[in-house]
Design a protein around this ligand. Structure first.
Ligand code: COA
Length: 371
């Protein structure tokens, strides 16, 4: 028995390749280092769903369908308005994604064509849910999504109300590409387990959203930024990190179940963090992050993961900290839905066994008064 199913092969998939020793991550055969500088989130989503890069007409079709699907059912906006303003955005996202199924006329249609259409809708709407709730909690009416902007550009526009500039859009787009899929990570596995019961795609992504929220998974990026804010200044880094070591606490944004070398996504995010922090005149967050990395690598031999440098990148772009993990979901929705479609296409119920460690099964029941 492997605790936490470490290194256990739990299924076949043609979507994502990871070599944890060499630090390789590829979607459908394309190395992340090829995709990050060259692709877009729309193109990467198409690649994940269809298994190959789109031609011009196919890319336009997928992009148009995503842009046309951004608006939320008014009932879902009304539901979000009824939720507590201080609700955690990941809880709101989980609830709103689930609620969307009730206003989708195709919700019960399990044909591959309908499931693909729902995948595209979910991928488009996840961004709208996150940004709409941010407006609602600030007492504002959510902005209508714009179909003339890319997915990344529209996310920024709906979040801030500002016209997106190309530098910020590129940074968000690269972050979306880097987070889009990661094989059988905890949330994708949760999605596949739910899909394998032949439950619907909305139920499967709702399971995934719940799994992503945890601080050992997607929630780590928020923890990283809270840690940086607590440290405050570069001169405090050494003492802070050594104090965490002394308390045997984990450092958020470090370590990975699969990578035993640098997480290839962190390579891009480190550069993005440096550029974004310097551009924003807030270089200290990068400086502190770099120093933390230096200490943790030297003293614990542990590398930063995808969540470490994304935190400071998002922060200086102006993203509220509690939207970091929801933004991860905005991206991972593409991978979740690709895995769900793959699961449906060749399904068998996922039902492992447990190694039983309880009492021998020969106990006799006694009346409650005699216990
Ligand atoms: N800081 C300090 N030590 C860490 C660490 C971290 N972030 N991550 C792992 N370690 C240490 C553990 O203490 C353990 O040491 P030990 O063997 O001396 O007890 C060893 O490395 C193995 O850690 P473990 O928690 O068993 O690894 P895992 O494969 O179960 O967990 C993570 C992987 C990602 C959950 C884990 O590294 C972690 O909790 N990281 C912080 C949260 C995070 O960034 N999550 C996002 C992942 S993308």
């Amino acid at each position: 028995m492997k605790a936490g199913l470490e290194d256990v092969i739990a299924g076949e998939s043609g979507i994502c390749y990871i070599d944890g020793e060499k630090g390789i991550l590829a979607y459908r055969g394309y190395d992340i280092h090829e995709l990050a500088p060259n692709s877009t989130f729309e193109e990467t989503s198409h690649l994940l769903w269809f298994g190959r890069l789109p031609n011009v007409a196919e890319l336009k079709d997928t992009s148009d369908k995503m842009a046309a699907s951004r608006a939320l059912p008014p009932e879902v906006i009304a539901l979000m308005k009824a939720l507590p303003k201080d609700a955690a955005p990941m809880d709101v996202l989980r609830t709103a994604i689930s609620a969307c199924s009730m206003y989708d006329s195709e919700a019960k249609d399990m044909s591959p064509e309908a499931n693909l259409r729902k995948a595209i809708r979910l991928n488009a709407r996840c961004a709208t849910i996150v940004t709409a709730f941010h407006s609602i909690r600030n007492g504002n009416e959510p902005l209508a999504p714009r179909s003339d902007l890319t997915h990344a550009g529209n996310f920024y526009y709906m979040l801030t109300g500002n016209e997106p500039n190309s530098t910020i859009v590129k940074a968000l787009d690269v972050a979306l590409i880097l987070h889009a899929d990661h094989e059988l990570n905890a949330s994708t596995f949760a999605a596949r387990v739910t899909a394998a019961t032949l439950s619907d795609i909305y139920s499967a992504v709702t399971s995934a959203t719940g799994a992503l929220k945890g601080p050992l998974h997607g929630g780590a990026n928020e923890e990283v930024m809270r840690m940086l804010l607590k440290i405050g200044e570069p001169s405090n880094v050494d003492a802070f990190v050594h104090d965490l070591f002394a308390q045997k606490k984990k450092i958020a944004g470090f370590g990975h179940r699969v990578y035993h070398t640098e997480d290839p996504r962190a390579t891009h995010l480190r550069r993005m963090s440096k550029e974004a922090c310097e551009r924003a005149g807030q270089g200290k967050w990068f400086e502190m992050s770099e120093r933390i990395e230096e200490i943790v690598k030297k003293e614990k031999k542990i590398n930063p993961n995808v969540d470490f440098y994304s935190a400071s990148t998002y922060y200086v772009i102006g993203m509220p900290i509690d939207l970091f993990t929801p933004f991860f979901a905005v991206s991972r929705m593409s991978g979740w839905t690709a895995h769900i479609l793959e699961q449906y296409a060749n399904n068998r119920l996922i039902r492992p066994r447990a190694e039983y460690i309880g009492p021998a099964p020969d106990l006799k029941w006694t009346p409650v008064a005699q216990r």
